[in-house]
Design a binder for this molecule. Structure first.
Ligand code: SAM
Length: 469
């Protein structure tokens, strides 16, 4: 590992909780921490049922309900449950967002939440697991090339009440007073990830810290109008620099007249509570103190602004599916709560029915990359189900499904032909024809079509595993 930048070390002297010797030692040690967060919608219970748990110890992350440290890094690419969205590989410190939401937001009623800087989706998947039914999550990523991986991860996570957008914060700022909670996991100078990405050390500079500071202010100023009065804004970075952390918090309190929220932190979590010059509370994570990477998080409440009401819309911006066509989808989807089924470019999508007005409103201001779940394409003879439906929580429990062995599941995820010779699949072919889910350990991986002489693999080509073990 290259030496830590001297200018960074000098600038951190006096930062709350900073211990230069311990900080240098943990970076020099080469120690790495691996952690995952289970998807409670797919994987009820704890991680002890996973095949890793016998291989590598799983140790609970104290501030997280679904987060675990793994004592070894398994090959996630070759774990079918990773592709099924049964868990997300996430850095442990950033899972503290759960505490901020539980302690500062009212999670007893439906909320409208924006994750503004969302790719690749770590915070969004966590937020979605915490939100009550009928809450809407808007996951936004401004950089087009990164919005694709965000979309993929949100599809795998499987929740229906998600809209993925690809907009500049300024565009979303026009949704005045709309959101109850906004999460800004800001682009930053990245010093908190030096242990994991030592190559970033040489790219670090004080000039870049300054640039990031200005960009962070601009992002916050642009998005602030979209937060309702008394709404919550959660700000985080993976930088240790005060310019990007406490100074931004001070700026929000001064310029935006925001009120800081103080959090309860477990005494043995070793998270450092800091206060900026304006008295706002921030929470610092140092890798020599916590088992996780460098991280900063703070929450503020908005004092001005208004409550939101939907503008009177002249017309409905989406084509609702006619009743007869909607009824025909009955065998494919489960309707725990009412759904809005609508058509977009020949494809049928579903959102919780309570979000019809949101869909109308959002699409008049933003570019929607994904709204709800893509169910599939109706055709004259058949319905062609989409991969999104297979991974979503809307999938009907009674659909035909074939449980695969680990080896078969990997072949499926490589989009290879499923062993035509396999006796088991032969039996399946004789028993039933047509669309079937394939599963691994009870988790849906995608679709196959069972034909008289073969089984066609419908795994999305762009997602297939290319790596060899
Ligand atoms: N929240 C993500 C997660 O947990 O997986 C990580 C987000 S990363 C720290 C910051 C994100 O901000 C990046 O995806 C980056 O593309 C995006 N970004 C970069 N410049 C931005 C800008 N000017 N406005 C908003 N987002 C920006």
């Amino acid at each position: 590992m290259p030496d830590l930048p001297k200018l960074l070390m000098d600038s951190l002297q006096g930062a709350a909780g900073f211990d230069a010797a311990a900080f240098e030692a943990v970076h020099a040690s080469g120690a790495q921490v691996t952690s995952v967060r289970l998807n409670p919608a797919k994987w009820p219970g704890d991680g002890e049922t996973h095949e890793w748990s016998s291989d590598v110890g799983m140790e609970k992350i104290p501030w997280s309900t679904w987060g675990y440290y793994l004592s070894k890094r398994p090959s996630f690419t070759f774990d079918p449950l990773f592709h099924a969205g049964a868990y997300y590989v996430q850095e442990a410190s950033s899972m503290f967002l759960e505490q901020v939401l539980r302690q500062s937001a009212d999670l007893s009623r439906p909320l409208r939440v924006l994750d503004l800087c969302a790719a690749p989706g770590g915070k969004s998947t966590l937020i979605r697991s915490l939100l009550p039914e009928d809450s809407l999550l808007v996951s936004n990523e401004v950089i087009r090339s990164r919005a694709g991986i965000l979309q993929e991860n949100m599809i795998k996570w499987g929740a229906a009440g998600v809209v993925v957008t690809n907009n500049d914060p300024r565009d979303l700022g026009r949704l005045e007073n709309y959101f109850d909670v906004i999460v800004v996991d800001a682009p930053c100078s990245g010093s908190g990830l030096f242990r994991r990405e030592p190559e970033a050390i040489d790219e670090w500079s004080l000039d870049n810290v300054q640039l990031c500071h200005q960009r962070q202010q601009r992002i916050l100023a642009d998005i602030w109008p979209a937060l309702r009065s008394d709404g919550l804004l959660i700000y985080s970075t993976c930088s240790y620099s005060k310019e990007e952390d406490e100074e931004i918090l001070d700026w929000m309190m001064e310029e935006l007249q925001a009120t800081s929220c103080r959090l309860q932190v477990g005494a043995d979590w070793n998270i450092v509570e800091t206060q900026g010059d304006k008295g706002g509370y921030g929470y610092r994570f140092y890798p020599d103190k916590v088992k996780g990477e460098g991280f900063f998080i703070a929450a503020v409440r908005k004092n001005e602004g208004n409550t939101f009401s939907y503008p009177r819309s002249k017309k409905q911006g989406f084509e609702k599916l006619p009743r007869k066509e909607a009824d025909a989808l009955g065998p494919w989807i489960t309707e725990r709560s009412p759904l809005l089924l609508f058509r977009h470019e020949e494809m049928v999508r579903a959102l919780p029915a309570s979000m019809a007005e949101d869909l109308n409103y959002l699409q008049s201001y933003c570019y929607l990359k994904k709204a709800g779940v893509l169910l599939g394409q109706p055709s004259v003879k058949d319905f062609i189900p989409d991969h999104e439906l297979a991974l979503s929580d809307l999938i009907h429990e009674q659909l035909p499904a074939i449980e695969l062995s680990r080896e078969e599941a990997i072949n499926y995820l490589r989009k290879e032909e499923l062993q035509a010779a396999s006796g088991r699949l032969q039996a399946v072919r004789e028993e039933r024809r047509g669309w079937s889910l394939v599963r691994y350990q009870g988790q849906n991986l995608g679709w196959v079509k069972v034909l008289p002489n073969r089984v066609n693999n419908y795994y999305p080509k762009e997602w297939r595993i290319l790596k060899r073990p």
